[in-house]
Design a protein around this ligand. Structure first.
Ligand code: NAD
Ligand code: MG
Length: 394
């Protein structure tokens, strides 16, 4: 069997590291074409030594030159490229079979779309790319025949529980609704009046998952579930009222599909991203992911609750943005990225995050999207408005 060439966008992040862990277990199946990283050059260098990719891509020449020298000094042939165009090149290169899209945030949109347009098997972790550009992204998938496989644990679970041919709407295949599970994050049981004073460290201490900082804060605010609701609507051609968010603190049931005959199919497993990664890498086959078997007896309990709108306004803002359509989701996403960074930098409180997002959505009425340039413009304008809010506040 010839090996599949894989490019890992965002190799140095949480998903990137988990992806390379799975890839390393199956050196007979996968060869690494390119690894990309925006910071943590020592991690990227170590990954290059282990996986010997043809290319590494970094942010700029100042990062590229020393890395190239260090790799060359040890006899590695890896060529170090830099810049956003190089990201798209290693995603779309003719030799590449699989692209893991694991850059965080809007920065991942252009290389992920490049992979989609080139008709690759695209493993989508970078939900922000799909949230921003929804209809255009899915149209590009249909046009190129790319194979889009969800990595988000919930969407991967839904994919596993869905009938094969769901592309023409859930009603056609007997699906009543999708049940999207959420852990509720670290503040599920916090007193509401204490939320304003929580620290970034508290927000990033997720009870069940170890993840990058941005998605950790999104999980704490439940904007992550809002983005995932939008993601589910695009991936599975569902209407928002067909997706019900259910808080499930144990993070063992990764999501469920409810059929008209009363059957509910769920995917369960330990909360470890190597499971959806291995699933999407090998699909429709199955390979070992390194994840230990689920011990139901020690899990003992599976609890489910409705999300609390007062505690998690971000979830409702995301629903509203999806309903508003057009550029609203790009605005929502950009405002959230600015707000989360400001929170991580200690400039605002946790409860300011939804305030900034709502303010920005109100500043920018949605525009119908015909082309990518409109999405990029909405993203830029939303960042400007959100920064203006921060400046006025200061
Ligand atoms: P992370 O912060 O750990 O890693 C992000 C990666 O993106 C790093 O390699 C970083 O160098 C790179 N990057 C950051 N800014 C960049 C830029 N401007 N240009 C190019 N590269 C840049 O994040 P993560 O937790 O691995 O999450 C990655 C994506 O996967 C996010 O979209 C997240 O929502 C999604 N996701 C993550 C998890 C998880 O368990 N971590 C689960 C589901 C979905
Ligand atoms: Mg998820």
């Amino acid at each position: 069997m010839s090996r599949a060439w894989i490019t890992v966008l965002g190799a140095t992040g949480s998903i990137g590291v988990s992806t390379l862990d799975v890839v390393a277990r199956h050196a007979d199946r996968y060869a690494v074409f390119a690894l990309t990283g925006h910071s943590q050059m020592a991690v990227l260098e170590a990954q290059c030594r282990q996986h010997d990719p043809l290319f590494a891509v970094v942010a700029d020449a100042a990062q590229a030159e020393p890395l190239q020298q260090r790799l060359q000094a040890t006899g590695l042939q890896t060529r170090v490229l830099h810049g956003v165009e190089a990201l798209a090149e290693v995603a779309a290169d003719q030799r590449v079979d699989v692209v893991m899209a694991a850059i965080v945030g809007a920065a991942g949109l252009s290389p992920t779309l490049a992979a989609v347009r080139a008709g690759k098997r695209v493993l989508l972790a970078n939900k922000e790319a799909l949230v921003m550009s929804g209809a255009l992204f899915m149209q590009a998938v249909r046009n190129s025949g790319a194979q889009l496989l969800p990595i988000d644990s919930e969407h991967n679970a839904i994919f596993q529980c869905m009938p094969r041919n769901y592309a023409n709407g859930l009603g056609q295949v007997g699906v009543r609704r999708i049940l999207l599970t959420a852990s509720g994050g670290p503040f599920r049981d916090f007193a509401l009046e204490d939320l304003a004073g929580v620290t970034p460290a508290q927000a990033c201490a997720h009870p069940n998952w170890s993840m990058g900082q941005k998605i950790s804060v999104d999980s704490a605010s439940m904007m992550n579930k809002g983005l995932e609701l939008i993601e589910a609507c695009w991936l599975f051609d569902a209407r928002p009222e067909q997706v019900e968010v259910v808080v499930h603190p144990q993070s063992v049931v990764h999501s469920l599909v409810d059929y008209v005959d009363g059957s509910v199919l769920a995917q369960l497993g330990n909360p470890d991203m190597r499971t959806p990664i291995a699933h999407a890498l090998a699909w429709p086959e199955r390979i070992d992911s390194g994840v230990s078997a689920l011990d139901l007896l020690s899990t003992a309990r599976l609890d489910f609750q409705a999300p609390d709108p007062q505690r998690f306004p971000c979830l409702w803002l995301a629903r509203q943005a999806f309903d508003a359509g057009g550029t609203a989701c790009a605005v929502l996403n950009a405002a959230n990225e600015v707000a989360v960074q400001a929170f991580l930098d200690g400039r605002i409180g946790f409860t300011d995050i939804p305030v900034i997002i709502e303010y920005t959505l109100n500043c920018l009425p949605p525009v119908q999207v015909e082309e990518l340039a409109q999405v990029m413009l909405a993203d830029r304008q939303a960042r400007e408005h959100a920064h203006r809010w921060l400046a006025n506040r200061a």
